[in-house]
Design a protein around this ligand. Structure first.
Ligand code: S3P
Length: 427
């Protein structure tokens, strides 16, 4: 159902805590399910994607108790999982789909993994290829390129593998398979991607090493149950950061945002654009976090490319919107991975921001944005993509006329309560 967004006031002021990090929340359930014993999680993201992960592990016989954002996982370890009698439904979640494949490749039973329409179009060959090299038995459409995928667990052997795409999901699926394979696996990543899997593996007691860009993990390791603290998701905070930057008279404080350096590309970008903001680092072990204070700012266009891209890949829709309000040109390159996200985010971002009057052009691997341009009202489409939905909502704050958004509910994939949060900051 389409909703009209009309904000009478558009300055943002106040303090809030964004929901938990999506990547870390998924992994907390997976690691808790692999470990035997009781794992507890605080700050878990109650987004639809992470709830899909919980539902899959419940079908594998893992006991998971959810109380608000506190989760308790009771598992007998990966050896105690049972063959599910239903398809494992991964919903809209690429992380659930891909990391589960790495785990199910070695469990001694049959499973079928399938998600929604968007998941059925997303490339799985990047996961299936290395898992097959390890000995996995995975079948699906187009020789295993797309879901639904049927997996018969087998004994796996270690591999030495160089990632052909900068993808934390591919790296993580191989690492999870490698934990239960025979021998030592090495993974070379030409460009660094988010390292939440490596950090959490260490936290759960695994032996994992990194030398420059090569990660090494031994097979046959078991994990010990732990307590996990999930910081706020910088990818969710990014939309409020964007909103505060482009609406005059704003100043917001976002508490306990995850600032793992593999995720803070957005902060580097707004700094180069000339944003007025502070980062107050917190004393934490494992995953880093900070309070962020963001003020509305005069910004300038910049180039965004190379090794920075994986550090902000999910933030490009909001960065593109911010760029429409910058003085000068912003060029985004080396971001062809955007074409295989929840939707083709190059085409979708360019089409939707163009409707509002932005001067934005698609390229094969990114986009070029000339700013500043005034934004007008428009009927915005989300394509079922949560981040397109939030980009449209933030654009509505800066637009001169009413904005409609076709599917606001999809935002709950990563940011349940997004509209309540935005409304609570409006003055
Ligand atoms: C994620 C990795 C990224 C990111 C996605 C979450 C993860 O995908 O875009 O939202 O949790 O590992 P890729 O690994 O495909 O780049």
């Amino acid at each position: 159902m389409s909703t009209i967004l009309k904000f009478e006031k558009s300055s943002l002021k106040g303090t809030l805590t964004v929901p938990g990090d999506k990547s870390i929340s998924h992994r907390s359930i997976m690691f808790g399910a692999i470990a035997s014993g009781t794992t507890t999680v605080e700050g878990f993201l109650l987004g639809a994607d992470c709830l899909s992960t919980i539902a899959c592990f419940r079908k594998l016989g893992v006991e998971i108790d959810l109380r608000g954002s506190q989760v308790t996982i009771n598992s007998k370890g990966i050896g105690g999982w049972k063959e599910p009698d239903e398809v494992l439904d991964t919903g809209n979640s690429g992380t659930t789909t891909r990391l589960m494949l790495g785990l199910l490749a070695s469990t001694p039973f049959h499973t079928v993994v399938a998600g929604d329409e968007s998941i059925a179009k997303r490339p799985m060959k990047r996961i299936v290829d290395p898992l097959r090299l390890m000995g996995a038995d995975i079948r699906g459409r187009s020789n295993g390129q797309f879901t639904p995928l049927a997996i018969q667990g087998t004994r796996l052997k270690a591999i030495d593998y160089t990632l052909p795409v900068a993808s934390a999901q591919v790296k993580s699926a191989i690492l999870l398979a490698a934990l239960h394979a025979e021998g030592r696996t090495t993974i070379e990543e030409p460009v660094a991607t988010r390292d939440h899997t490596e950090i959490m593996l260490r936290h759960f007691g695994a032996d994992i090493n990194r030398h420059e860009n090569i990660i090494e993990v031994a097979g046959g390791q078991s994990l010990s149950a732990r307590h996990v603290k999930v910081p706020g998701d910088i990818s969710s905070a990014a939309f409020l950061i964007g909103a505060a930057l482009i609406t005059p008279g704003s100043e917001i404080r976002l508490e306990n945002v995850g600032t793992n350096p593999t995720r803070t590309g957005i902060l580097d970008v707004i700094s180069q654009m000339g944003a007025d903001f502070d980062i107050e680092e917190k004393e934490t072990e494992g995953e880093r976090s900070a309070d962020l204070v963001i003020r509305s700012s005069q910004l300038k266009g910049i180039e965004i490319s190379g090794a920075l891209i994986p550090r902000l890949i999910d933030e490009i829709p909001i960065i593109a919107l911010i760029a429409t309000q910058c003085n000068g040109v912003t060029v985004i390159k080396d971001a062809e991975e955007l074409r295989v996200k929840e939707t083709d985010r190059i085409t979708a971002v360019v089409d939707e921001l163009s409707k509002m009057g932005a001067d934005i052009t698609a390229t094969d691997d990114g986009m070029v944005i000339h700013g500043p341009t005034a934004l007008n009202g428009a009927d915005m489409k989300t394509y079922g993509d949560h981040r397109l939905g939030m980009m449209a909502a933030v654009a509505a704050l800066a637009a001169s006329g009413p904005v409609t958004i076709d599917d606001p509910d999809c935002i709950a994939v990563s940011y349940p309560g997004f509209f309540e949060h935005v409304n609570s900051l409006l003055v």
